[in-house]
Design a protein around this ligand. Structure first.
Ligand code: PMP
Length: 350
């Protein structure tokens, strides 16, 4: 039987489910609500025409990295591009974890850290944030050094809570934890405080970035890993040779040239996130958590019903199933119109 060839340890895995994408209002995936401008689309078309489609892409995405370097202020020698930061998470896991090696993650945090570790046969140590989703940094450091994982990975701002860890605390973690520390800055453009500038000061710090959120380019699948030269050399050993296709590299280069446009988009998104936060905070029965990302997390005893009601109205937000997020819903900031619609429906049902 062919099943006898399947891996026993992933037999109960459920593939990542995205669900249907044909909702009237989609505020579930932390995407940007801003499509490319006509001007940008025209520039993209011209650039894409010049691609050598018969050739493999640049394996090191050199030009793309130099544009991202210009965007983020760190030399391209510390950088590697990925097919989304998702791929970079998997590459880090593959580079450092052997079967049964440990990785420490925070609960709650981005679920793919756990998934890639388990697929690799690694062990996940879960460290919890406190009641309001903040971290007790000293306790995290103590637990990490007791359990001795090879990697500690966390997102800052956190997905799905929107909570942040102050820079001095992140650096304390990096300094005191005797392991590789990966800071996933997927939402950093909405927060503004990064540790990317500290890359060459630590031997154990890796920063991840993505173009899927603030840069409005989720369709391209572009992410960046930034770290010191020694770690980068090790990580590159397991990178698939042509991981970022030429179309995405080329479009990424065009977008990253438009820094002013990107800044305007970020400001618009922050404005909508703050609007969503303020209005949700005024609704009785909801506990709304502070956020520095492009989404708002809130808790309600009626989370299940609110979600069902919104789905009936063609509105998709993110409902969490278990543990501390059981009664939580996450809404990505949309256009003002979309935000008004979702709020109106929540007021009616909440
Ligand atoms: N990290 C975090 C914290 C995320 O929320 C996401 C996407 N939801 C990713 C990484 C992956 O982003 P991408 O693969 O689109 O770059």
């Amino acid at each position: 039987m062919i099943q006898s060839l399947f891996r026993e340890d992933i037999k109960d895995f459920i593939p990542y489910e995205v669900g249907e994408q044909n909702y009237k209002v989609r505020l579930d995936a932390n995407e940007s609500f801003i499509g490319f401008s006509e001007e940008l689309k025209n520039k993209i078309c011209l650039a894409v025409r010049n691609i050598d489609f018969n050739r493999y892409p640049d394996p090191d995405s050199k030009k793309l990295c130099s544009f991202y370097s210009d965007y983020c202020g760190v030399s391209k020698e510390y950088m590697m591009a990925g097919n989304g930061s998702d791929e970079l998470i998997q590459i880090i896991v593959n580079a450092f974890l052997n079967k049964d090696d440990k990785i420490a993650v925070i609960n709650p945090d981005f679920t793919m850290y756990k998934v890639y570790t388990e697929v690799r046969g690694g062990k996940v140590i879960t460290l919890s944030s406190n009641e309001n989703f903040n971290l007790d940094v000293d306790s995290i450091i103590e637990k990490v050094n007791n359990k001795k994982p090879k990697i500690l990975i966390l997102s800052n701002p956190n997905n799905p809570t929107g909570a942040v860890i102050p820079k001095k605390d992140i650096l304390k973690i990096v300094e005191k934890c005797k392991c590789i520390v990966v800071i996933d800055e997927a939402y950093v453009d909405f927060y503004g405080k990064t540790v990317i500038d500290q890359i060459s000061n630590y031997e154990n710090l890796i920063v991840l970035r993505t173009c899927s959120k603030a840069l409005g380019s989720a369709a391209l699948r572009l992410g960046f890993l930034i770290t010191n030269k020694l770690l980068l050399k090790e990580i590159k050993k397991v990178k698939p040779p042509f991981n970022v296709n030429s179309v995405s590299q080329t479009i990424g280069e065009v977008i990253l040239k438009n820094k002013k446009y990107i800044k305007e988009c970020i400001n618009r998104i922050i404005q909508e996130r703050d609007y969503l936060y303020e209005v949700l905070s005024k609704i009785d029965g909801l506990k709304v958590y502070p956020t520095e990302a492009n989404f708002v997390l809130f808790e309600s005893e009626n989370a299940e019903e609110i979600n069902r009601y919104l789905l009936e109205k063609g509105i998709k937000i993110r409902k969490f199933k278990d543990g501390r997020l059981k009664n939580c819903l996450r809404i990505t900031a949309g256009t003002r119109e979309e935000n008004r619609v979702v709020i109106k429906e929540i007021e009616e049902r909440g």
